[in-house]
Design a protein around this ligand. Structure first.
Ligand SMILES: Cc1cc2nc3c(=O)[nH]c(=O)nc-3n(C[C@H](O)[C@H](O)[C@H](O)COP(=O)(O)OP(=O)(O)OC[C@H]3O[C@@H](n4cnc5c(N)ncnc54)[C@H](O)[C@@H]3O)c2cc1C
Length: 478
């Protein structure tokens, strides 16, 4: 059972269905989010959608903002100019880093796409259905819904920052707390297509002294969010917005004005018994590195295969302990990095921060977890301030194209099952009972093999062809 029909609850349900698990999802609201909130979905998130057959649908939903990669600055929108497209050092095109490009798609556009996909995949999706309380014992979880009781083997709390599930479990959170100043997000409608044509932007920083703030493209034509400093919601936003825009905007209509505070808070436990937290229920972070939802999507990918393995009897429940061991440090890392990012679009990047692709392409290395020979056991450590994936244990396999047409990637090898990627004769590795892929790639040394988990994470690397089956057995039955 998944609680919460936001981005992460829906993605968790989709990943579980992909692994053949029967899922019920309950959402207290009648509809998906009316607010645009998250818009930047990174390469790793698109790789997760690729695995479950949804990447093309998500890119299609993202077509409105396809040309909106630039940032812009100016006193008013009328005077604003695009900044040159910033590319991380040494990166080349992102196609070389991932089989998928990142995309910009507003959360209120993406959530209905995921909801339809979940319903189509056979998830029992119940909106208008709040979870009121739950109990758990050794056999399962009993959830109290309005007028109904639902029994499930496991419960995933993907119920957002104010998580009912986390609160009921008494799980505390740590972190830097409130970061910087509060903001008011003014969501409005105005036909500005002609004003921005040729200067399209993702975010435009406006510094008019009477109406400073950041203008965010929601569809790039008629829907926008103006992020203004302060916490005063009841202001004459129509007048202030027209000053910031520098154009009359006769059709301007305010849709909502909501105050919010950037925060960093990470749950002190991601799992308790048969209940697991994912997404904002587990971690909240300032949006300036666009990592909140993206981190939650990888939570869903990590938790999904583990729950499926336990439910099918392929693994013992102790495998699920690795969800907290792996994803809590990952959540902390993303939240900490997000807290240290500047919101000033023109500021020079801070070289002490993680390389952006480490956040965006799944470059975070789990220190410990369901793998053998990771950093906690003296294994090779992945750098953070540069992006140099090399198939180290505890990281996602590096992307390399496997065919001249660039349709198939090393990232496609894992999932939904385990697999072996080997440097030479595949017959040597066949006794492990896993699909064996011979790869001619720079990160595999002669004679070496990589054991890949269903979430593309390297679980072991070595030259002993008899080792992978034993390692897999040990990881599934810790
Ligand atoms: C201004 C802004 C910009 C952002 N930009 C980005 C970005 O570019 N990229 C990015 O990755 N992230 C971004 N984020 C963060 C992102 O919006 C969140 O991380 C994301 O929405 C978290 O999704 P979630 O599903 O975990 O939680 P939510 O979206 O909060 O969904 C939780 C759901 O659970 C439901 N629920 C709660 N309690 C119950 C209950 N008792 N029973 C049933 N249902 C319940 C709620 O109604 C809700 O639908 C941004 C956030 C903000 C505020």
């Amino acid at each position: 059972m998944v609680v919460g029909g936001g981005l992460i609850g829906l993605t968790t349900a989709l990943v579980l269905r992909h692994h053949g698990v029967d899922v019920t999802l309950v959402e207290k609201r009648a509809t998906t989010s009316p607010q645009p909130k998250a818009r930047r979905f990174n390469m790793r998130s698109l790789e997760v959608f690729r695995e479950i057959g949804l990447a093309a649908t998500v890119h299609e939903a993202a077509r409105d903002l396809a040309q909106h990669d630039h940032m812009a600055t100016g006193r008013t929108l009328a005077e604003a100019e695009q900044l040159p497209l910033w590319r991380p050092p040494g990166s080349g095109a992102s196609m070389e880093v991932s089989p998928e490009l990142p995309c910009l798609v507003a959360q209120d556009v993406l959530e209905p796409v995921l909801r339809a996909a979940a319903e189509g995949a056979g998830v029992d999706v119940r909106f208008n259905t709040p979870l009121r309380s739950f109990t758990q014992d050794a056999d399962g979880v009993v959830a109290e819904l309005d007028g109904a009781r639902l029994r499930a083997a496991y419960l995933v709390g993907a119920d957002g920052a104010h998580s009912t599930v986390r609160t009921a479990l008494g799980i505390s959170r740590s972190g830097r707390g409130a970061i910087g100043e509060p903001n008011v997000n003014v969501y409005f409608r105005a036909d500005l297509a002609d004003v921005v044509r040729g200067r399209e932007f993702n975010i435009c920083q406006l510094d008019h002294p009477e109406a400073p703030g950041a203008l965010v493209s929601v569809d790039g034509r008629t829907r926008w969010v103006f992020m203004a400093p302060g916490d005063e919601v009841d202001r004459d936003w129509s007048t202030l917005l027209r000053i910031a825009l520098g154009v009359p905007a006769p059709d301007l209509e305010i849709l909502s004005a909501l105050a919010w505070q950037p925060e960093m808070r990470v749950a002190d436990r991601y799992s308790q018994g048969r209940v697991h937290l994912a997404g904002d229920a587990a971690h909240v972070m300032p949006p300036f590195a666009a990592s909140g939802a993206n981190t939650g999507i990888v939570d869903a990918h990590n938790l999904g295969w583990k729950l499926a393995a336990v439910l099918s009897g392929a693994a013992t429940p102790e495998l699920l302990d690795s969800y907290d061991t792996e994803r809590r440090p990952a959540g902390w890392f993303a939240a900490d990095q997000s807290s240290r990012r500047s919101r000033d679009l023109a500021a020079a990047p801070d070289p002490t921060l993680a390389h952006p692709f480490v956040l965006a392409a799944g470059g975070f290395q789990y220190p410990a977890g369901a793998f053998v020979g990771g950093p906690a056991e003296g294994g090779e450590v992945e750098p953070v301030t540069e992006f140099a994936p090399a198939g180290r244990v505890g990281t996602r396999i590096p992307h390399r194209w496997l065919d001249a047409d660039r349709t198939s990637s090393t990232v496609d090898i894992g999932g939904p099952g385990w697999a072996l990627a080997v440097a030479d004769d595949p017959r040597r590795w066949q006794d492990n009972g896993l699909p064996v892929h011979r790869l001619d790639v720079d990160f595999l040394r002669a004679g070496e093999g990589l054991l890949l988990r269903p979430d593309d994470v390297v679980a072991w690397r070595g030259t002993d062809p008899s080792a992978p089956a034993a390692v897999q057995e040990k990881l599934l039955h810790p």
